[in-house]
Design a protein around this ligand. Structure first.
Ligand code: LLP
Length: 410
């Protein structure tokens, strides 16, 4: 994002602050329609990556569909005016109560376990649903984000196809879609093709005669590290199209093609702006202390993820090596370790890049610090879509929520 604009946002709204480039989000969304030239393509944005209301509204107005994973996500989407027909619900390990609540909202349910399918076959005869299979392909940018393969909890194994068919018959169910999701930040385009092939192999008219769509999940990666190659999505789009068109010919009907990107849509569109308040020279390390911490951007600490850091205030400073740390009482509270940066001084504003996906949305208030505010920039104009709570407001909310639990003095 434009560095002058980021500095302006930091000055106007204070830090820590998330800033998202709304136009870039729309560009990312539209680029997939350009790359995957198939007229029945539907991009379901995985809103778990970033549920900022400003971003969701931009995508709603652009016609996007959604991938949702909790009753809360479905409720937010419906309240924002997303059409229920555009929402797919892919929760795992859901309770009966959650299942019934979401079902009653009329969105398409994506079912990833025999246990749930069995209950549906018993209680919801004739239901239209999507089935999630485990693609049997393992890929992702960290072990924690690989969803395919036997070691994960996701999807139904292909080995269980006969059991699935028996349950579908027993419940007279209508399987309108098949789904798989291989992982997040897929390192090899081959993995996308292999997962597609594996799922398409069982999607025969004999097995599933009522299919209306095939959903191949998300996982499209974007570069995080300097010099990391960008996937040739135009080429990948061509291959996907070719595969899917051939599949539809075999199936005998032109099906809809769904993808569910999260990172691809928003990761590169966001920055977390933080201000340096302390510089400490330890024996071997120079430690930069700033006014944010891992509860506000947890990916480096949780996955060892790399996020580029830009010193907005001193871009031409002499390069030195730093540990960039937060303000939380844990040693692992670091955004970067041994990172070369242009000289960092107290009061400098740093931008932690690629902070649009799974950063705010995975945040929390550990150590009782309010989450940063969020700004969305559209056509160069910033809007504070969600202000940060003050310390006072955060504490008052906690007290108000817990009020009934405070024992009254006798
Ligand atoms: N569809 C399903 C069923 C998913 O489980 C996910 C992500 C997506 C789509 C979107 O994947 P994406 O395009 O964003 O890679 N917190 C982790 C990522 C977890 C992804 C969980 N599921 C991270 O920060 O790397």
């Amino acid at each position: 994002m434009n560095q002058a604009l980021l500095l302006e946002c930091a000055a106007r709204y204070g830090t820590p602050l998330y800033v998202y480039d709304g136009d870039r989000v729309l560009e990312q969304y539209r680029s997939l329609y350009d790359f995957i030239d198939y007229d029945k393509l539907e991009i379901h944005y995985a809103m778990k990556a970033n549920f900022n209301v400003g971003i969701l509204k931009l995508l709603r107005d652009a016609g996007a569909s959604l991938d949702t994973v909790s009753p809360g996500e479905v409720l937010l989407a419906l309240k924002l005016g997303f059409d229920r027909s555009k929402i797919i619900y892919t929760a795992n390990n859901m309770t009966d109560e959650e299942f019934e609540a979401v079902l009653s909202l009329g969105v398409t349910m994506n079912i990833g376990s025999l246990s749930r399918l069995e209950k549906i076959a018993k209680r919801h005869k004739g239901m239209r649903l999507c089935l999630r299979f485990n693609p049997d392909v393992t890929d992702g940018d960290s072990a924690a984000t690989m969803t395919g393969g036997d070691l994960t909890k996701f999807g139904i194994l292909f080995d269980d196809l006969d059991k699935v068919k028996a349950l579908v018959d027993r419940g007279n169910l209508k399987v309108i879609g098949l789904h798989e999701h291989t992982g997040s930040g897929l390192q090899h385009t081959e993995s996308v093709y292999r997962s597609m092939d594996n799922l398409m192999a069982i999607a025969t008219p004999e097995n599933f005669p009522d299919l209306e769509f095939m959903d191949f999940g998300g996982g499209f990666k974007v570069p995080y590290k300097p010099g990391e190659a960008r996937v040739d999505y135009r080429q990948m789009g061509r291959e996907i199209r070719e595969k899917f068109v051939a599949f539809c010919q075999g199936y005998g009907r032109k099906l809809k093609l769904y993808f569910e990107p999260g990172k691809y849509m928003v990761a590169e569109c966001g920055s977390l702006l933080v201000t340096v308040n302390t510089i400490k020279h330890n024996r071997t390390r120079t430690i930069v202390g700033c006014n944010s911490g891992f509860p506000q951007l947890i990916r480096p600490m949780l996955y060892g993820a790399y996020h580029r850091i830009v010193n907005l205030s001193n871009p031409d400073g002499k390069e030195a090596m730093y540990d960039v740390c937060g303000n939380i009482c844990e040693t692992g509270d670091r955004f970067a370790e041994q990172r070369p940066l242009p000289e960092v001084r107290e009061s400098d504003v740093l931008s932690i890049e690629n902070a649009g996906a799974y950063c705010y949305s995975m945040g929390g208030v550990y150590n009782l610090r309010p989450m940063p505010g969020e700004v969305v920039v559209v056509k160069g104009v910033p809007a504070l879509v969600r202000p940060a709570l003050t310390n006072e407001e955060l504490v008052d909310r906690i007290l108000a929520m817990s009020d009934g639990a405070i024992p009254k003095k006798a």
